[in-house]
Design a protein around this ligand. Structure first.
Ligand code: TXA
Ligand code: MG
Length: 310
């Protein structure tokens, strides 16, 4: 994707004035604002209709800049070297003198941080003298946005500017890992847990105790297209949209495919786009055929399971 400097300058100008701007990332689009400004962060919550107790991920250009705000340990350094910039979010201890807005952290003493890989957002971060707080650019509890058109569908003119960055290449949110003590995954995402385990040479705990949620955004209902979803369906009704992992020989108007041959990366990239398309095509419900529970398939199944709680 070509980098258009005048677009980046426009985003920079608005962000410097404490406005919100939607930004492209390789995972999903984010709704960004100055992470050092209470006024700017408040606007994110208002636009997204996000509960105030759900803290924001802060996006940095590199770990050198992050040093101002967080402490890090050996595990962080190892994973940073291998996976960053990329689809991984770390939970770290906030430094006492950090300038991060308490609105963004909900006064927690930890911070979720990420280093996005998308070249346009990296160029933007280079021009700013603050990091960007950015939750996914969708209405709270709904399907994330993987293109600028999706952001516009959700927010219309309420978002002052959407920085164009094409289709998100991964299409699922980042993997969230708390590495302050024993590494613990709080959200499955674009990087497989097995790859992280290999890099750290450690077993990683998966947190799935939703009664004591340490990542508040991981509440049960999430990623919902706004219509009911049935999972692991073999027989579909005529009125339902049928979501399949790969293109089979059967083609019907209500069949939607996530990939050509069952490739899970391709399926991940198409998931949110397809869920949004089904809703636009006016189906009242979705039946999903079984999706292999391995690799990124685990993240796809996690999102569909949460979306089915509608
Ligand atoms: O790929 C991504 O992570 C995208 C792009 C835009 O970077 N962002 C994203 O943000 O998915 P959001 O806000 O939709 O999800 C962030 C999750 C929420 O579940 C939130 O509760 C959790 O991160 N979180 C934020 N700060 C936290 C903290 N200090 N401790 C634990 N969880 C935290
Ligand atoms: Mg989200």
């Amino acid at each position: 994707m070509k980098i258009n400097l005048s677009n980046i300058k426009k985003a920079q100008k608005l962000l410097n004035k404490s406005e919100c701007v939607a930004i492209p990332t390789e995972t999903v689009y984010g709704l960004a604002a100055n992470a050092y400004s209470d006024k700017a962060c408040k606007k994110i919550y208002k636009l997204k209709k996000r509960p105030k107790n759900n803290p924001l991920i802060i996006h940095y250009l590199n770990s050198q800049i992050l040093k101002r705000d967080c402490n890090f340990n050996k595990d962080f350094k190892k994973l940073y070297k291998i996976f960053c910039p990329g689809p991984i979010t770390f939970i770290l201890d906030l430094k006492k003198n950090s300038k991060i807005s308490k609105i963004a952290t909900n006064k927690k003493n930890t911070l979720a941080v990420r280093f996005p890989k998308h070249p346009i957002t990296r160029s933007l971060l280079k021009k700013l003298n603050f990091p960007l707080a950015a939750p996914s650019a969708n209405l709270s509890s709904k399907v994330s946005a993987v293109s600028s058109a999706h952001v516009k569908d959700d927010f219309g003119k309420k978002v002052k500017y959407v920085l164009e960055g094409g289709k998100s290449s991964i299409g699922l949110e980042s993997t969230i890992i708390d590495i302050r003590k024993k590494p613990k995954v709080l959200r499955l995402g674009g990087i497989e847990i097995s790859a992280i385990e290999k890099s750290l040479n450690k077993k990683i705990i998966m947190e799935n105790n939703t009664s004591k949620i340490s990542s508040p955004g991981q509440s049960k209902l999430h990623y919902s297209p706004g219509i009911p979803i049935r999972l692991n369906v073999k027989k579909v009704c005529k009125e339902e949209a049928y979501l399949l992992i790969k293109k089979g020989s059967k083609k019907k108007p209500n069949f939607y495919f996530l990939s050509k041959n069952g490739n899970l990366k391709e399926a991940a990239k198409n998931l949110y786009n397809t869920l949004r398309k089904i809703k636009k095509d006016k189906y009242k419900s979705i039946a999903v055929s079984k999706i292999p529970n391995k690799g990124l398939g685990k993240t796809i199944n996690d999102r569909l399971k949460r979306a089915s709680k509608f």
